[in-house]
Design a protein around this ligand. Structure first.
Ligand code: 5GP
Ligand code: ZN
Length: 114
C-alpha cells in the first residue's frame, strides 16, 4: 500500500535494520525499542491488522509465528523467555495499520499487560 510506513520499509524506501527476510516475511528492529530485543515481524503483503485477516492468511500467520520461534531459539538474549504481541486498532494501541508482531525480550518483562 502506497503510503503505509511498513510497506515502504519492505520496499526499502525507508531504511531499517533487518534481521530476517524471506519471500513473505520481514523482521526488523523497532525504531524506539522498549526492551534490549525489540523486533517487528511483518507480512510483506499489506494486511491491516489481526482484525483484517482471512482464512487464506492462516498459513502466513502461522509461518510468522514459527519464524519468530526459530529466531528466538537462536538468540541467547531470549533464552530465558520473551514476549510476542500484536496490537489491534485504536483501543489496542496499534499505531501502524500494517499487521506486525512485536518480539520483546532481553530483560525481565513487566507481568502487567494493560
Ligand atoms: P504499534 O504501536 O502499531 O503496535 O507498533 C508500531 C511500532 O512501530 C512502534 O513500536 C514504533 O516504535 C515502531 N515504528 C514506528 N515507526 C518506525 C520506523 O520508521 N521504523 C521502525 N523500525 N519502527 C518504527
Ligand atoms: Zn503496509
Amino acid at each position: 500500500m502506497k503510503d503505509c510506513l511498513f510497506c515502504r520499509i519492505v520496499k526499502r524506501e525507508i531504511p531499517s535494520e533487518i534481521v530476517y527476510e524471506d519471500e513473505e516475511i520481514l523482521a526488523f528492529k523497532d525504531i524506539s525499542p522498549q526492551a534490549p530485543v525489540h523486533l517487528l515481524w511483518i507480512s510483506k503483503r499489506h494486511i491491516e491488522g489481526l482484525d483484517e485477516i482471512a482464512a487464506q492468511d492462516q498459513l502466513l500467520i502461522g509461518k510468522i509465528l514459527l519464524k519468530i520461534s526459530e529466531y528466538a531459539q537462536k538468540d541467547e538474549e531470549l533464552a530465558s523467555g520473551y514476549r510476542v504481541c500484536t496490537n489491534i486498532g485504536l483501543d489496542g494501541g496499534q499505531t501502524v495499520r500494517h499487521l506486525h508482531f512485536h518480539l520483546l525480550g532481553g530483560k525481565v518483562l513487566e507481568p502487567k499487560m494493560a
